[in-house]
Design a protein around this ligand. Structure first.
Ligand code: ZN
Ligand code: ZN
Length: 284
């Protein structure tokens, strides 16, 4: 399968508007891969998208991705969902619908576990959920996934694993094609699922991480700080990769405040531990 990291940034992207730190300044001058947009991944087989950050339309244009048939949502947080209009932006043609009387060109299946779907359905206006508006417009079809049950898309299968953190319900996705096994777990995945199904991976794509300090403005995260219970340290990422028997690990959802440039992440890399960048493509 062919995977593309559309956005390798986290809740804070690079360059951050109004920020003149050295990371954001360099990113403004050099562009990709020094810039990092919101967290999203695309799989060519089945035209499958994972999450829709605000920048999703630009990401799809940049990578020349011309169709989306499925969107899998990890959780409701704004950095993962505020581009949910993408089905409308791609497939709603006002004249074709209003003048010719046709339906939208495509209906995107929007998939999430029950708890996440409930969160997504609570996003809207006083007139109702955004999802209901898009369903009535024939632009999306919500699909509720069963926890730990395979959902098949041709030769591909996607299995969700629920994660309940203090703040929200999130999802780890296991993606399989024939014997190939990839896990996408970009955000709010600590504590990580103990499921025996999540073992022996060809690729682990993991977020929810922090670097050890000094970070932006010289800040160091103290040993007992609450951030450490939310995020994996570099040591914990390596331990997790070993426990899951992952052949290769890619760290994504990289925050601006970790204060490192693209070149510095390259220097931190090890043969089986890489750092994502926008437009990173892998064939598994
Ligand atoms: Zn900055
Ligand atoms: Zn996030």
């Amino acid at each position: 399968m062919e995977l593309t990291i559309l956005g390798s940034g986290g809740a804070t992207t690079i360059p951050r508007p109004g920020c003149n730190c050295r990371i954001c300044t360099e990113a403004r001058i050099k562009g990709i891969p020094y810039t990092r947009s919101g967290p999203s991944m695309f799989i060519k087989e089945g035209s499958v998208l994972f999450d829709t950050p605000e920048e999703i339309a630009g990401q799809l244009n940049r990578e020349r991705i011309e169709a989306i048939d499925y969107i899998f949502y990890t959780h409701w947080h704004p950095d993962h969902t505020f581009g949910m209009r993408i089905a409308e932006r791609m497939y709603k043609f006002w004249l074709d619908i209003g003048v010719r009387g046709n339906k939208p060109k495509n209906k995107v299946r929007v998939c999430a576990i029950r708890e996440v779907m409930e969160d997504l359905r609570s996003m809207g206006s006083r007139r109702g959920p955004f999802f209901t508006y898009y369903e009535r417009s024939d632009l999306i079809e919500p699909v509720e996934l069963e926890d730990e049950e395979e959902f098949e898309i041709g030769r591909l299968s996607v299995t969700p694993f629920k994660v309940r953190t203090t703040y929200c319900s999130s999802t780890i996705f296991l993606i399989q094609e024939k014997s190939k096994r990839v896990v996408y777990a970009p955000c709010d995945v600590k504590p990580f699922s103990e499921s025996s199904q999540l073992k022996s991976l060809d690729l682990l794509i993991i977020g929810s991480f922090h670097l050890e300090g000094p970070l932006k403005e010289g800040i160091v995260i103290p040993p007992e700080n609450a951030l450490r219970s939310e995020l994996f340290s570099p040591t914990e990422i390596k331990e997790l990769a070993t426990r899951l028997k992952a052949k290769k690990t890619i760290v994504t959802h990289i925050e601006e405040e970790w204060g490192k440039s693209y070149d510095e992440y390259r220097n931190l890399e090890e043969p089986n531990l890489l750092y994502a960048y926008d437009g990173m493509r892998m064939r598994i």
